[in-house]
Design a protein around this ligand. Structure first.
Ligand code: SF4
Length: 353
């Protein structure tokens, strides 16, 4: 079995009460059965507080109640979890104890990552000198899970390694590399996937041209139409769409120049971001064969987050976090976006670059 994780993975520490956007907000946490049984032995009055704040959601799952602001009812005013603070970290449910660590298992391969929906994980990625992976092999010759085509997984392994090397290489700008990623994805769809899964995907795509003001505005508008976790997210996207569309070409170039000069690491940051998305999402094509859509998602995410940062320089961490919460962590939104970027009919009208 091969195990992989980003090099900064082990340096993660939760910010606790100092977190600028706690994970104990907006998400319904469903404790595992072991945790629910454990809660019965919590010290009083914590035991009663837990019991009072467990509710059943519309799917019939028992979860922690969220208050009127969307905060977990177990969150204390100092920004800490009452279970962790008053009883100990070992009593957290599996979901809360693991977050933001995510593990993807393929049978012969286990990959761990830190979701950038957590601001501290986003900061680690943003500030990493480069996106590198640590790999260990326990020497056991495990096979992929049932339902995973070993040849497809092998092809995804090889192609992803090449793409990560391309993104991290010295040749070309980040936008040229993302364009190359789309081209590779199209070629790979033809060579790796079963014949009935190959599509006439749009190429060359209009998403990552050299000057791409209109493409970015279209993408911002597309994201604003997804189902929001928080209502201020689509409002922000609509506002930025209007601001971006109102810029003259000269003002647009000037804004980009100012941003890039003020933040000399902008291209490294975007490269790290692209590598993170490729690392987390590329292999998921084993489930649905949609490789091009995932490549387009990576390009779209980088394009959108670059343009949002033009209007909020220095706030990249929180913008990445918001995007991840709204899109990456919402299966429906992620699928809808990938579909919108994959289907030729869903692409925008001809764009002026
Ligand atoms: S979002 Fe990250 S840093 Fe913030 S409280 Fe959650 S795990 Fe800790």
């Amino acid at each position: 079995m091969i195990y992989r994780r980003p090099s900064y993975y082990d340096t993660f520490h939760c910010l606790g009460g100092a977190c600028p956007d706690t994970c104990c907000r907006d998400w319904s946490v469903v404790p595992d059965e072991g945790a629910l049984a454990d809660y019965a032995s919590a010290p009083s009055p914590l035991r009663e507080r837990i019991a009072q704040n467990l509710v059943t959601d519309e799917d019939g799952d028992v979860c922690f109640r969220l208050d009127g602001k969307g905060l977990c009812a177990l969150l204390t005013p100092d920004g800490l979890c009452a279970i962790q603070r008053d009883w100990g970290e070992s009593h957290l449910c599996a979901h809360c104890a693991a977050y933001p660590r995510f593990i993807e298992e393929y049978g012969s391969l286990t990959e761990s990552s830190l979701a950038i929906s957590c601001p501290e994980a986003a900061r680690l990625l943003l500030e990493a000198p480069r996106f590198t992976l640590i790999e260990t092999d326990d020497g056991k010759a495990d096979t992929p899970f049932d339902g995973i085509d070993p040849a497809l997984l092998d092809g995804l392994e090889q192609s992803r390694a090449q793409i990560l090397a391309l993104l991290d290489g010295e040749e070309g700008t980040i936008w040229e590399k993302l364009n190359a990623l789309l081209g590779r994805a199209k070629t790979l769809e033809r060579s790796l996937l079963p014949v009935d899964c190959r599509r006439d995907v749009p190429f060359p795509p209009p998403l990552v041209p050299n000057l791409f003001q209109a493409s970015a505005a279209w993408l911002l508008e597309l994201l604003a139409g997804l189902d929001p976790l928080r209502p201020d997210w689509p409002r922000l996207l609509e506002e930025r769409t209007a601001q971006l569309s109102a810029l003259s070409p000269a003002d647009y170039i000037a804004l980009r120049t100012r941003y890039e000069q003020a933040n000399p690491r902008w291209e490294r940051q975007l490269t790290n971001l692209a590598c993170y998305f490729v690392f987390r999402h590329w292999h998921k094509a084993v489930n649905d064969d949609d490789l091009y859509g995932r490549a387009a998602f990576v390009c779209a995410a980088c394009t959108v987050l670059y343009h949002l940062a033009l209007f909020q320089p220095g706030e990249e961490t929180i913008l990445w976090t918001r995007f991840s919460r709204e899109v990456e962590h919402d299966e429906d939104n992620l699928s809808e976006l990938i579909w919108a970027l994959s289907e030729p009919d869903a692409l925008p009208p001809p764009l002026s670059y």
